[in-house]
Design a protein around this ligand. Structure first.
Ligand SMILES: *Cc1c(COP(=O)(O)O)cnc(C)c1O
Length: 385
């Protein structure tokens, strides 16, 4: 197996330790390990696209859409050019626009709030449950009014939001729900898959997501055939038949080559979901009592798009990890209500507290025990100071 070694950095006199067995440097997300596992299939499928030449809307798109719809357990999947475009097209299908309000969480990647704002609507930020980092469903109903056009819960870090509670409030008020499933593809909520726990959902196949392609990609899921048809038109310039455009849309199609890559990755995805659960559980075992580990709610599984802990004095802890060559990241340092284009002056205490304390550790299906032990012992040393 060819893996990147960290010899250069060792020679430079730092204290970075390569994995004793593989000689490889630790990565936050190791995409090369996965590629080498599925190389033959990926290469063959990409080659098939190069040969048949239907680079846009080729046969792999429909094959993938069917495969993903079956996996998620909904009738319709629409391949899209990114998770951001999947959110955009889902919101456009609901006619969200100026004067409308959309309830969401501020503790997420910018795209969730960004697409609401880009359509001229106003994001209404509701705080998170500090244990799961997902929107606190008990705070939603107070914020619903006649302008509310949708609720967009985000299934953050790989765990689905409390969808039964959210769907119940939404149904009571006749408001649609769009799950932002960009980080949770593969996760389960009471036996149902992320993407299939609300009438609409958007996911991302950005390389670092639980199911990633080799560039940008995404998909929308729905149980509603009218919305599915609308989204298919919207991703293709609002076109209903060649060169007939009943509404305006975007160029939001998924590339055929990316669909081919995803078809190869689906062959190992269930195994990877199981490995992610193992790696996450192992971290939680080893880190208990050292830092605040993730809480997985009753009835939920996590695909650990991120393995995120909480620490005091995060900058100092990160400096120790960096010195030891342990990749780490902060998702997210600034909640969306504090970002200039989406600024809102209300206090959202749990999101703001989380933003100051969260720290994400190396996490991928091929992370081995030796590397995990190294992460844990270094983190233990860092927080003890
Ligand atoms: C990654 C991500 C997106 C956007 O997906 P892209 O494919 O990068 O456009 C949206 N929401 C969340 C929560 C994400 O993590």
């Amino acid at each position: 197996m060819v893996r990147r070694a960290c010899g250069a950095r060792i020679r430079a006199g730092t204290s970075i330790q390569p994995n004793a067995a593989t000689g490889a440097c630790m990565q936050l997300i190791d995409l090369q390990a996965q590629y080498h596992r599925i190389k033959a299939d990926v290469d063959a499928r990409i080659h098939a696209v190069l040969e048949h030449g239907r680079y846009v809307m080729g046969p792999e798109i429909e094959e993938l859409e069917q495969r993903l719809a079956d996996y998620v357990g909904v009738p319709h999947c629409i391949g899209l050019s990114s998770g951001t475009d999947a959110l955009l097209v889902a919101m456009m299908a609901l006619d969200i626009g100026p004067g409308d309000e959309v309830i969401t969480t501020p503790f997420t990647f910018i795209a969730t709030g960004e697409m609401i704002g880009l359509l001229g609507a106003t994001p209404v930020f509701v705080d998170i449950d500090p244990r799961t980092y997902n929107i606190d469903a008990t705070l939603i109903e107070d914020r619903i009014n006649e302008r509310t056009k949708a609720i967009v819960p985000v299934s953050l870090f790989g765990q689905i939001a409390d969808m039964d509670a959210i769907n119940a409030i939404a149904d009571k008020h006749g408001v649609p729900v769009i799950e932002d499933a960009a980080q949770s593809f593969g996760a389960l909520y009471k036996g149902r898959r992320s993407g299939g726990v609300s009438s609409l959902a958007a996911t991302s196949f950005f390389p670092a997501k639980p199911l990633g392609c080799y560039g940008d990609g995404g998909a929308a899921f729905t149980t509603d055939s009218d919305l599915a048809e609308r989204m298919r038109e919207l991703r293709n310039h609002g076109q209903s038949a060649p060169y007939y455009h009943p509404r305006l849309g975007i160029n939001g199609r998924l590339d055929t080559i990316q669909a081919a890559v995803l078809l190869a990755k689906m062959e190992v995805f269930e195994d990877e979901v199981a490995r992610r659960a193992e790696v996450g559980a192992r971290y939680s075992d080893m880190l208990s009592g050292i830092v605040t580990t993730p809480t997985i709610a009753e009835g939920c599984t996590s695909v650990f798009a991120q393995y995120t802990v909480q620490v005091d004095e995060r900058d100092r802890v990160r400096a120790v990890l960096n010195e030891a060559g342990i990749p780490n990241a902060v998702y997210y340092p600034v909640p969306l209500n504090r970002q200039p284009p989406l600024y809102s002056d209300v206090a959202i205490p749990h999101s703001e507290a989380a933003a100051e304390r969260v720290l994400s550790l190396p996490m991928h299906p091929y992370l081995d025990i030796e590397d995990q032990k190294h992460v844990v012992s270094t983190l233990e040393r860092a927080v003890a100071k």
